[in-house]
Write a protein that binds this ligand. Structure first.
Ligand code: AVJ
Length: 322
């Protein structure tokens, strides 16, 4: 089998440099923070897959059910010829759209984007075998920086699923959405999956599960820093925290230092002190109202054509049209 071509817009050196910059910025800030994109080394991606199967973690299965129920409708409404998927990962959800798109007869090209060459290579090889009639053209890039690398093709739908939009703060979301709008022509589409604001009694356990998988996922980011930057974080010295920030309407994950401790990040020649009880933010996962996401899309230049949700209104799949 021939190796499918990937278009590379970011090199391993670029990724290393952005890790260095993020960690230096985050650990010298007050309060300290780390960017959620660094969760996903091999172990972190495995842990995230486990999270998606937890009874408390409703987003993945809910979004999948919404897509399964409405994939034909999405394909009919968009008439998509090209599906561009940002942050595609391994995505079995994608197959729901690909199946519907091929059945509908319009879909010709699938463009998955991911920051990991190896993850993308594997996914592309599988898809090429599974869908012989489909052109698959992968893009390696950072999704926040992808507007400019979206290939020029006929009738594109850009999909950004899973609720990952919620990892960005409002200003980052605005520039991300505006970049995508700038890359699209009139009548092309954006399909985004977002978690909705629901009862914190349901939300919080989704990010603080009984089995402790999310805690392990959160702590794993310290292993990533140990491995990639020669840091000496003691994972037992930190504990997982997940809170609902009602004002910002986001879940915030943090790592709380169990004791006063010093950590050295050798590759940055940086020493960092943590006070006992000090909390470092590792992720926000914003939740939305229909009106809020509609306004954010409008500001970026998209009209909302349709919002599909599950019966409990926990998760929304939103179709915007430029
Ligand atoms: C993959 C970003 C959508 O925010 O729900 C899961 C990541 N963090 N549990 C989310 C995550 C903690 C997830 N996203």
């Amino acid at each position: 089998m021939s190796t499918p071509a990937l278009e590379i817009h970011i090199s391993p050196d670029d990724v290393d440099q952005s890790l260095v910059d993020d960690v230096r910025d985050g650990l010298t800030a007050s309060p300290k923070n780390l960017q959620p994109k660094w969760f996903y080394d091999e172990q972190g991606s495995k842990l995230f897959e486990q999270i998606t199967a937890l009874p408390e973690y409703y987003p993945t299965r809910t979004e999948k059910a919404v897509l399964a129920a409405h994939a034909d409708d999405i394909v009919d409404t968009t008439g998509m010829t090209t599906l561009v998927e940002l942050g595609s990962g391994s995505s079995e959800k994608t197959r729901l759209l690909l199946d519907a798109g091929l059945k509908g007869g319009t879909l010709q090209t699938y463009v998955p984007q991911d920051v990991s060459v190896t993850a993308l290579q594997g996914a592309v090889e599988e898809l090429v075998q599974e869908y012989p009639g489909l052109e698959v053209a992968g893009i390696v890039s950072d999704f926040t920086d992808t507007g400019s690398s979206i290939p020029v093709r006929p009738n594109r739908t850009v999909a950004f699923l899973g609720g990952t939009l919620g990892n960005l703060v409002p200003e980052q979301r605005a520039s991300f959405l505006a970049d995508i709008a700038a890359a699209l022509r009139p009548d092309e589409h954006l399909l985004i999956g977002v978690g909705l604001v629901i009862d914190p009694a349901v939300l919080v356990p989704a990010y603080d599960d009984a089995q402790g998988v999310t805690a392990e996922f959160n702590l794993n980011v310290l292993s990533v820093l140990n491995a990639r930057l020669g840091a000496d974080f003691d994972l037992d010295g930190f504990e997982h925290v997940a809170i609902w920030d009602a004002e910002n309407e986001w879940i915030e994950m943090r790592l709380r230092s169990r004791r006063a401790q010093d950590v050295r990040i050798a590759d940055l020649d940086l020493d960092v002190s943590f006070a006992e009880g000090e909390e470092m933010r590792t992720e926000i996962s914003a939740k939305f109202h229909r009106t809020g996401i509609t306004d954010e899309l409008a500001t970026a230049g998209f009209g909302v054509e349709q919002i599909w949700t599950d019966a409990d209104e926990r998760f929304a799949v939103v179709l915007g049209r430029k």
